[in-house]
Design a protein around this ligand. Structure first.
Ligand code: OKP
Ligand code: ZN
Length: 361
């Protein structure tokens, strides 16, 4: 039996302080689905299964983030909490959730965030009421980017596979917008860094339950980054306004965006059929850089915010299909909210990836 280097699993405890949160769903304040246990459960399960060599991220600074996001968004996320506290705008230290949004019809008048106090500016950059900001949010979001970029470094220096335990997730974050539990787009930042390190064709495959509207928007008119996503049909599922099959990019990016909206109740056979088409598109694109995989476990049959029907054992088959691309792969954690199953689902998926490749457990 060949001896293989262990799978790098990059993680950071900084995400733990992005906590204590509520989200507003259908007018109700409820505990966040996006909570620290998501990652601690994955860590526990991987360790229990003897999978992965855990390592801390290295600091990559702000530049890779600013290569993807507007500086106004980055500084807003950085300062929103302390600004609100200083202004006395946050009595009781409640999580910050905007109440007034700069929606497109408002902006159409030529109005905008400039001149608005930073604490009141969140609504100019925020998608929804599910993405609260607390004191630990910015450090957590920065660490998640470092986690993803460190995993990318490992793959660029020869590891066939690395797993980035990112939290908060990233794929809903666009150039100047946060939301959908996401602040900085970890996968997009990795993809852009691969381009800047010489990649001319970088592919992102997104198997989270939700459409990655942020990733799609960031690369919409670019031909050098392919974005292929399988997700719940936006006709019924968040983020509602993107992810239709007819959205395929524009200009040099025409056909470099491809969406596979799935019906409710889609189980493994239907899922694998769509995934085979998605993988064929990646293959045809002939990437010359590692594959970026946005991985969500909210496709699970008992996910509290999903309605697809994958079972724990199915994730091994999904992973095997991805392995069939025979590409070095940077796995970036996105969603997955069934806390009691997320560890087993990760072991099923990552264990199968490890089995298919020249990496040890
Ligand atoms: C983040 B990721 C539905 C509200 C949905 C936000 C979900 C964000 C998912 N009415 N709330 O893609 O797993
Ligand atoms: Zn999701």
């Amino acid at each position: 039996m060949a001896i293989h280097a262990p799978l790098p699993v990059v993680h950071s405890s900084a995400h733990l302080a992005h906590d204590g949160l509520v989200e507003v769903l259908a007018g109700h304040e409820i505990p966040c689905f996006e909570r620290p246990e998501r990652i601690t459960e994955i860590e526990r399960a991987l360790a229990g299964a003897g999978i992965g060599a855990f390592e801390e991220p290295t600091e990559h600074g702000a530049d890779p983030i600013l290569a993807v996001h507007d500086a106004a968004l980055v500084s807003l996320i950085e300062h929103a909490w302390t600004d609100a506290a200083t202004a006395g705008a946050n009595p009781g230290g409640r999580p910050l959730i905007p109440d007034t949004f700069l929606v497109a019809p408002y902006r159409a008048g030529g109005y905008g965030p400039s001149g608005t106090e930073r604490a009141n500016r969140l609504g100019a950059h925020c998608l929804d009421t599910a993405t609260p900001i607390v004191a630990g949010t910015y450090p957590a979001a920065r660490a998640a980017v470092d986690v993803a970029l460190t995993a990318a470094d490992r793959v660029l220096s020869g590891a066939p596979l690395a797993y980035a335990l990112c939290r908060p997730p990233g794929h809903h974050a666009a150039r100047e917008m946060y939301g959908g539990y996401c602040f900085f787009n970890n996968a997009a930042i990795v993809a852009e860094s691969l381009v800047r390190r010489g990649g001319t064709r970088v592919a992102i495959l997104d198997v989270d339950y939700h459409h990655g509207n942020g990733t799609q928007q960031l690369f919409w008119d670019r031909g050098d980054v392919l974005y292929v996503s399988l997700h719940a049909d936006p006709a019924r599922a968040f983020p509602y306004f993107s992810g239709h099959a007819y959205e395929r990019g524009s200009g040099p990016g025409a056909d470099a965006t491809r969406n596979f909206p799935l019906p409710a109740g889609t189980a493994v056979d239907g899922y694998l059929a769509a995934l085979a088409e998605a993988c064929a598109l990646v293959e045809a694109f002939a990437p010359d850089a590692p594959l970026v995989l946005s991985l969500g476990f909210d496709t699970f049959e008992r996910d509290p915010i999903g309605d697809l029907a994958l079972r724990t054992e199915d994730y091994a088959r999904v992973a095997t299909a991805v392995s069939g691309l025979h590409r070095p792969t940077i796995v970036v954690q996105e969603g997955g909210y069934a806390i009691d199953a997320i560890g087993a689902n990760a072991v099923s998926f990552i264990g199968a990836l490890v089995d298919q490749r020249a990496v040890g457990a």
